[in-house]
Structure formats: C-alpha cells, structure tokens
Design a protein around this ligand. Structure first.
Ligand code: ADP
Length: 281
C-alpha cells in the first residue's frame, strides 16, 4: 500500500522547552489505514499530530504527506488540504451560528463553487449523522453532536487523511461513543486514512494498528490484540488496558488458559461462554 504520511527520523523541540518532546521518531502511515496513536498525557501525541499537517515543522528529520515535504512553504496549502484535523474542544472549532453554515465555512474559504458547497455540506452532515440538525444552532447541541459537526466541517474540505487529536477528551461517555462510532463508520464507508490520537485504550479497539508513544518515542506498534496483550508493559507506561483484556488477564493469572486479544465485549463474552461450555462437557 502507498504511504500517505511518512515521518522520518523526526525530532521536535518547542522553542522554550528544555529538551526534545519527540525523539528520532520514524513512522509510515499507509493509505486507507486506521491507526490509533496511544499514550498518556504529555507523551508527545499531539505534537506528532500537528507535524502531520504542517502546524509544526520538525526540528530534525522530515515529514512528507503524499510525497510533499511539509517544511517547504509551497507545500503548505496542498498538505493542509490533504490532512484534515479535528481537535479536542468542539467549541473552539465551531465558527457559525447555524450548523450548515459552519460546515460550509472552510469550503467557502477555499473558493468552492456554491452548488458544490451545498452538495459537500449535505454529504458531510449525512456522513456524521447530523443532517437533520442542519438548521440548528451549534451551541445548543451536545458535546458529541458538536464534535460530529466539527468532523463534518473537516470532511467538507474533502481531505484524504483525517487526523483526530483526542476528539473525545472533553465529552461524556455517550458523546465519546457517538464520536467513535462516527469515525469507525466513516472509515468503513469511505476507506479514508484515519489517525486517531487518544489516551483511552478502549478507543483503539476498532483500529487496525496501535502505536504506543511514551516520552517522545514510539515504544509499541502492532494490531490492537497484539499490543493489548502486553498488559504489564502497558501498565508500566501508565496506561490502563481495556476492561475486556483486564478480565481475561486476571482469569489467566488465576490459571485459566485464555487468549488476551478478545477485545470487544462480544469477543470477550464468547471466550467466557466457551469456559462454561467446556466445563459442562
Ligand atoms: P500529549 O498530546 O501526549 O499530551 P503533547 O505533544 O501535547 O503531548 O506534549 C508533549 C510535551 O511537550 C509535554 O511535556 C508538553 O508540556 C510539551 N509542550 C506541548 N506544547 C508545548 C509548547 N507550546 N511549548 C512548550 N512545551 C510544550
């Protein structure tokens, strides 16, 4: 598969910081992949996200998006159009007083023609399940709904890659669920490349690859089942494993021979049901 974001030996140093927050990081993101970047607060995830669309430029090393070096001035606009970013706080991303105007804001600024804007806005709102709210006032919506509007606003720019930097951090459990299932559906329907930054392990279950960041370095990289099986190492990094893995891990410690990669509630329930069937035989 083609690499759409290539991060090569990248270090990043904030001007007033004592040391590098990213330390010689290399990472290739293939087209159409769904990658979760996981790490506790301060590990460097957000810095990594911002390097992906030239909000930040590496201090050392190189980031390319579709082959375009993000450090070159001429590439700034194509890079920003290719990589759409969604941030933590939906209130900071909403600019208009009517939902559909908000979603239309970025394509209008790009000079997209009005019939095309109408089509993109309707399509983006349908994709995030907010079409029927198109004439509502965004500030009256729930956090999860506002974040879905923010995602629609980014989709209306038709980026090839969607980077979401802790999009659920300010949401209640229902809002978190809403936003995550929106992202998972989007990815399934459009095959878009998605990079989801999070410090919640359970948000990584739907990804095809999980990368764990600690102290500015990539310390694990694999399928969710593989990464989450490394329970002790994850705990040592200050991360909590999903409840499903935790349950299976404790049962294994108690002597049962169970896999640790049954991540969804359904898969975990199947494993546990299997125990009862076995013992009934
Ligand atoms: P995360 O997203 O994992 O919480 P960040 O990338 O936001 O991590 O931050 C990594 C480190 O960089 C933290 O120690 C943070 O304090 C520091 N940092 C973040 N932004 C700035 C900044 N603008 N100036 C100086 N240090 C910063």
């Amino acid at each position: 598969m083609d690499t759409v974001i290539s991060i090569e030996n990248v270090s990043y140093h904030y001007p007033d910081a004592a040391e590098n927050v990213l330390k010689n990081v290399s990472l290739a993101i293939p087209a159409g992949s769904f990658t979760a970047i996981l790490g506790h607060n301060g590990s460097g995830k957000s810095t990594l996200a911002k390097l992906c669309n030239a909000i930040l430029i590496p201090t050392e090393g190189r980031v390319t998006v579709n082959g375009l070096d993000t450090s070159l001035e001429d590439n700034l606009i194509p890079v920003r159009r290719t990589v759409g970013m969604v941030f933590q706080n939906p209130d900071n991303q909403i600019v208009a007083s009517v939902v559909e105007d908000d979603v239309a804001f970025a394509p209008e600024n790009l000079g997209v023609e009005s019939a095309e804007i109408r089509r993109r806005v309707d399509d983006a709102l349908r994709r995030v399940g907010m079409y029927e709210f198109r004439l509502h006032a965004p500030h009256l919506l729930s956090g999860g709904q506002k974040q879905r509007i923010a995602i629609a606003g980014v989709l209306a720019m038709q980026p090839k890659i969607l980077v979401l930097d802790e999009p659920t951090a300010m949401l209640d459990p229902l809002g978190r669920k809403e936003v995550l299932s929106t992202v998972e559906e989007l990815r399934a329907e459009t095959g878009m490349t998605v990079l989801l930054i999070t410090h919640h392990m359970d948000e990584c279950i739907g990804a095809d690859r999980v990368i764990v960041v600690s102290d500015g370095q990539l310390v694990m990289d694999g399928a969710p089942g593989e990464v989450f099986s490394r329970v002790e190492e994850l705990r040592a990094l200050g991360l909590d494993v999903p409840d499903t893995t935790e349950t299976l891990y404790e049962l294994r410690k108690a002597g049962l021979d169970l896999p640790l990669d049954a991540l969804t509630i359904d898969a975990c329930a199947d494993v546990l049901a299997g125990l009862f069937t076995k013992s009934a035989e």
